[in-house]
Design a protein around this ligand. Structure first.
Ligand SMILES: C[S@@+](CC[C@H](N)C(=O)[O-])C[C@H]1O[C@@H](n2cnc3c(N)ncnc32)[C@H](O)[C@@H]1O
Length: 130
């Protein structure tokens, strides 16, 4: 897949601010009761379905991936920013974090039990969202 210029720009921007972002939003759900409830409900649904692991797409520094894992979900993170992935791996060495684009996942059809894209598809142009 040819990489779009918007992905190139997004990756460069998050690489540049990754450390600051992680300091400010290590767990972007903590401190937000409604967000916590949504993630907790999502975890309950995917656990009940027991249909496979969950990909946290655009996982950033990995806080939400870790929250899902703490809720009993087999979650792993994917992010386009190598700096974000590096931070996530440092902070959560027991979890899996892959560098890559959510638009070109190396994941077979029907192998995931769920997908979370927490404040990450905001960077995907509407024509690419489908
Ligand atoms: C606002 S941050 C949210 C990070 C994390 N979900 C959180 O809640 O803290 C957006 C993240 O999406 C990632 N991202 C944006 N477009 C992406 C794409 N096409 N594939 C993978 N990651 C992407 C960025 O690198 C960035 O880490």
């Amino acid at each position: 897949m040819i990489e779009s210029s918007s992905l190139h720009t997004t990756r460069a921007a998050y690489d540049a601010v990754a450390t600051l972002y992680a300091e400010l939003f290590r767990d972007s759900v903590e401190g937000h009761p409604l967000d916590r409830a949504l993630v907790t409900a999502f975890a309950e649904f995917v656990r009940a379905a027991d249909a496979g692991p969950v990909a946290d797409l655009g996982c950033g520094p990995g806080g939400v991936t870790a929250r899902l894992a703490s809720l009993g979900v087999a979650a792993f993170g994917v992010d386009a920013s190598p700096a974000m992935i590096e931070l996530a791996r440092q902070e959560y060495p027991d979890l899996r974090f892959d560098e890559g684009s959510m638009l070109a996942l190396d994941i077979g059809d029907g192998t995931l039990g769920g997908v979370l894209a927490w404040y990450s598809i905001i960077h995907t142009p509407p024509e690419d969202r489908r």
